[in-house]
Design a binder for this molecule. Structure first.
Ligand code: ZN
Length: 70
């Protein structure tokens, strides 16, 4: 996988240890797979992907956070 592909796949990439297999596993999952977690802001159901890669926030809170950053 090239760096470019890595960047295109998600809008927000945290620093990740490639040896962290649990986290690399969820990176390739869809946003609606394993909805077993809760958004830390509004407590809505979120996927394993959002838990590991979105702070852990639902898509809505995540978008808001990104907007506030800019
Ligand atoms: Zn939320």
């Amino acid at each position: 996988m090239t760096k470019n592909n890595f960047r295109e796949e998600g809008s927000f990439i945290e620093t990740v240890d490639p040896n962290d297999k649990d986290k690399m596993r969820t990176f390739h999952m869809k946003h609606d797979e394993e909805m077993n977690y809760n958004c830390k802001q509004c407590n809505t159901k979120i996927s394993a992907y959002n838990k590991d890669w979105h702070a852990p926030l639902c898509d809505k809170c995540f978008d808001q956070m990104m907007e506030n950053k800019e």
